[in-house]
Design a binder for this molecule. Structure first.
Ligand code: SF4
Ligand code: WCC
Ligand code: FE2
Length: 623
C-alpha cells in the first residue's frame, strides 16, 4: 500500500505495518493521523497553560488577542514554553545520570550484588578531575567518594559544574560573559521552572539565555555523568560487530527485548541470560537459546558494550511486538510509548516495567533496585523462558531475510585507539581535506517525517561529500539498518573519506552510543579544539536532528549550539509564533556563540546547509 511506503523507508517497517493492520492494531502513525489537524497555536508555541487564569493563546494573525490574561505576549509565551521543554529534557537525562550515581555508590558500599567497577581507569580519571584524593583509598572507597562528588554536581550551589573544565578556554569565557555557565544540574532546571512561573522572568532574551544554561547543565553535567558512570560500571565501549532490524528476533529462540534508556536493568538481564542453568531451561522448553535484542537507547548501551543486536528504533517499537515473537519486553524509562502495554495484549508477550518512577498501562511492574537487581533479573529471564511455549502460532510472523550487519562501540577512547593512539591522524585528515569535516547526526524518529528517511538521506549526502558522520540514538539505528555502519560502506563515501576508512578499517558513520552519549561527541570536539588551540565553534563541525520528537532532543540541540556547534533541526520546534525568537535562534546567536540553529525539514537541503557551513569554517581556518 502506498500509505505504508509513505510512512517508512524500511522494509521490515512496511512488512510489519501491514501485519499490525491485519492484527487490528493501532500504531503511532494511525494515532498521528487521528490527531489531524493538530493545534496551530500549540505548533507555533503560542498557547500557555502555566496558570489557572488561562489557558491563553495569542492570535498569530494579529486579529485576536495579543496577550494572555496576565499580559504575556507572544515572545514571552514562546520563550517560556521552549524553556520548559529544555528543563524537561535536561531533567530526564540528568535523573538517568543520578540513578547511575546511586548504583556507583552502592557498589562502593557493597550493596549492589552483581554490579562492579569494570573500568577502574575511568574511575581514577574522574576522581582526579573531581579533585577526589586517591591516596590509600580502596577501589570501593574511591567509588563512594566519586559518587559523593558527583552528587554535589546536582544540588549544590556552585559557581560552575566540574566538567566545565573540559571546555576550551575561549568557550568558557563566552559562557561567563553571557552568564550561562552551568552551576548545578538540578539548580538550572529548578530555576527554569521558577522563571517560567507566572510573574517571574518576563524578558524573552533572558529566558532563552537561561534555557541555554539549563541545557549546558545537561550536556556538561547530567548526560555526561550518565555516560561516564556507565563506562565505570559497565566498561568503556570498544569496536564490536553486531546486527540490526526486526530479523534479529529469532523464531527458534527465547526473545527478550530491552527498551528504554538506563543500562542498570539491561546489563543485569544480559548477565542473567548467560546463566547456564537458564540456558538449559530454554533448551528444555524447546528453544535453541536466549536471544537478547534492544530498542532505543538501552539497546544502544548494550550494543556498544556487548554487541547485543538492535531490533529497531523509536517508531519500530510497536511493530516489533507485532512479530508475535517477543517472549518478554522489559522497559525502564523514556520513549516507551504508553500504547505498548495494550499492543502486547494481542500476543503472548509479557510486558514488564522496572523503574520506580515509570509505570505503564497493561504492564506488570517489577521494580529494580541495586540491591535486588541480580536476583530479579534471573527471575525475569526464567519467566521469559517459560513464556516461550505460549507463543500463538497463528499470530507469529518471522521477518523474512537476514539482519543487516553493523559495527558499533566507537567511544572517544576507541576512536583514538583506532587512529593509533592520538587524535593527530584525524586532525591531519581534516587539514589535508581528505575529511572535510565531521557531523553528529542524532535524535529520534517522528511520524511527521517518513521513518528513517531524514537520517539516511542526510547522512548519505554528507559521507558522499567526505564528511565523517558520528551518530547516537535512533539516528544511529536508522543508519545501521541502511547499511552505513560496516567498513564496506566506505564505498559509498567520497574519495578522501573512503581512503581514510579503508586504511583504518572503520565505517564512514561511527556509532558513539545512546542519547546521553552525545556528550562523547562534544568530548571529541573539545579535544580537537584543544589540539588546534582554538574554540569548538571554529572547527568544521555541525550537528543535525532530522527526525527529533522529544524534549530531550531540544535540550541536546541547545547545548550543542551553546557549545559552539551549528545545529540543523528537521522537525520544526514550536517557536514560529515569535519572530524575535526565531531571529535570535537562527541568526543572532551566531554573533554571541559562534553557532546557531537552522530548521530544514528537507534532509537534502539540510545537507547543503551543513556542507556550506563546513566550507566556510575550513576557509576561515585557512584550509
Ligand atoms: Fe495565561 Fe499568563 Fe496564565 Fe499563561 S501565565 S495561562 S498567559 S494568564
Ligand atoms: Ni533517544 Fe529520541 Fe530515540 Fe528516544 S531513544 S526516540 S530520545 S533518539
Ligand atoms: Fe492547543
Amino acid at each position: 500500500r502506498e500509505d505504508v511506503q509513505a510512512r517508512t523507508i524500511t522494509e521490515d517497517g512496511r512488512i510489519f505495518m501491514e501485519k499490525a493492520a491485519r492484527d487490528g492494531l493501532e500504531t503511532v502513525w494511525d494515532r498521528y493521523r487521528a490527531q489531524q489537524p493538530q493545534c496551530g497555536f500549540c505548533e507555533l508555541g503560542l498557547s500557555c497553560r502555566n496558570c489557572s487564569m488561562g489557558p491563553c493563546r495569542i492570535d498569530p494573525f494579529g486579529e485576536g488577542p495579543q496577550r494572555g490574561v496576565c499580559g504575556a505576549d507572544a515572545d514571552i509565551i514562546v520563550a517560556r514554553n521552549l524553556g520548559r521543554m529544555i528543563a524537561a529534557g535536561s531533567a530526564s537525562h540528568s535523573d538517568h545520570g543520578r540513578d547511575l550515581v546511586e548504583v556507583l555508590r552502592k557498589v562502593g558500599e557493597g550493596k549492589a550484588p552483581g554490579y562492579g567497577i569494570r573500568s577502574e581507569e575511568k574511575l581514577r580519571k574522574l576522581a582526579s578531575e573531581l579533585g577526589v584524593s586517591e591516596d590509600g583509598q580502596s577501589v570501593e572507597a574511591l567509588a563512594v567518594a566519586v559518587a559523593e562528588a558527583l552528587e554535589e554536581e546536582f544540588g549544590t550551589r556552585k559557581k560552575a559544574l566540574a566538567f566545565v573544565g573540559r571546555v576550551p578556554e575561549k568557550r568558557r569565557r563566552i559562557w561567563e560573559k553571557l552568564g550561562i555557565t552551568p552551576r548545578g544540574i538540578d539548580r538550572e532546571t529548578s530555576e527554569m521552572m521558577h522563571r517560567t512561573h507566572m510573574g517571574v522572568d518576563n524578558d524573552w532574551k533572558s529566558l532563552l539565555l537561561h534555557g541555554l544554561r539549563n541545557a549546558l547543565s545537561d550536556g556538561w553535567g547530567g548526560s555526561l555523568i550518565a555516560t561516564e558512570v556507565s563506562d565505570i560500571l559497565f566498561g568503556i565501549p570498544q569496536p564490536v560487530a553486531s546486527e540490526v532490524n526486526l530479523r534479529v528476533l529469532k523464531e527458534d529462540q527465547v526473545n527478550i527485548v530491552l527498551h528504554g534508556h538506563n543500562p542498570i536493568v539491561s546489563e543485569m538481564i544480559f548477565q542473567a541470560a548467560q546463566d547456564p542453568e537458564l540456558m538449559g531451561l530454554a533448551e528444555e522448553k524447546g528453544a535453541r537459546g536466549i536471544n537478547l535484542a534492544g530498542l532505543c537507547c538501552t539497546g544502544n548501551e548494550l550494543l556498544m558494550r556487548r554487541g547485543i543486536p538492535m531490533a529497531g528504533n523509536h517508531l519500530m517499537t510497536e511493530l516489533a511486538l507485532s512479530t508475535g515473537l517477543i517472549d518478554m519486553m522489559l522497559v525502564d524509562y523514556q520513549c516507551i510509548m504508553p500504547a505498548l502495554g495494550e499492543t502486547a495484549r494481542c500476543y503472548h508477550t509479557r510486558m514488564v516495567s522496572t523503574s520506580d518512577k515509570a509505570k505503564y498501562p497493561f504492564m506488570e511492574h517489577r521494580e529494580f533496585h541495586p540491591e535486588n537487581a541480580r536476583d530479579l533479573a534471573r527471575d525475569l529471564v526464567r519467566e521469559a523462558v517459560e513464556n516461550f511455549v505460549r507463543r500463538i502460532p497463528a499470530k507469529v510472523l518471522s521477518p523474512p531475510g537476514a539482519p543487516v550487519k553493523m559495527m558499533a562501540g566507537f567511544s572517544v577512547e576507541a576512536i583514538v585507539s583506532a587512529l593509533g593512539g592520538s587524535a593527530g591522524p584525524l586532525i591531519d585528515a581534516i587539514k589535508s581535506g581528505a575529511i572535510q569535516g565531521a557531523v553528529g547526526v542524532v535524535g529520534c524518529n517522528n511520524p511527521k517525517i517518513r521513518h528513517d528517511y531524514g537520517h539516511v538521506t542526510l547522512t548519505t549526502r554528507l559521507i558522499e561529500n567526505d564528511v565523517l558522520v558520528v551518530d547516537t540514538g535512533c539516528a544511529a539505528v536508522a543508519h545501521a539498518k541502511a547499511g552505513l555502519k560496516v567498513p564496506e560502506a566506505a564505498e559509498k563515501a567520497g574519495p578522501g573519506l573512503r581512503q581514510v576508512c579503508r586504511a583504518l578499517g572503520i565505517p564512514p558513520v561511527l556509532h558513539m552510543g545512546s542519547c546521553v552519549d552525545n556528550v562523547r561527541i562534544f568530548d571529541l570536539a573539545a579535544a580537537l579544539a584543544h589540539a588546534l588551540g582554538t574554540d569548538i565553534s571554529d572547527l568544521p563541525l555541525a550537528a543535525a536532528a532530522p527526525e527529533w520528537y522529544s524534549e530531550k532532543a531540544v535540550s541536546i540541540a541547545c547545548y550543542a549550539v551553546a557549545s559552539g556547534v551549528y545545529t540543523v533541526l528537521g522537525t520544526p520546534p514550536p517557536i514560529f509564533g515569535s519572530q524575535n525568537i526565531v531571529k535570535l535562534l537562527t541568526e543572532d546567536l551566531e554573533g554571541l556563540l559562534g553557532a546557531s540553529f537552522a530548521v530544514e525539514p528537507d534532509p537534502a537541503r539540510a545537507a547543503d546547509l551543513i556542507l556550506e557551513r563546513i566550507r566556510a569554517k575550513r576557509a576561515a581556518l585557512g584550509l
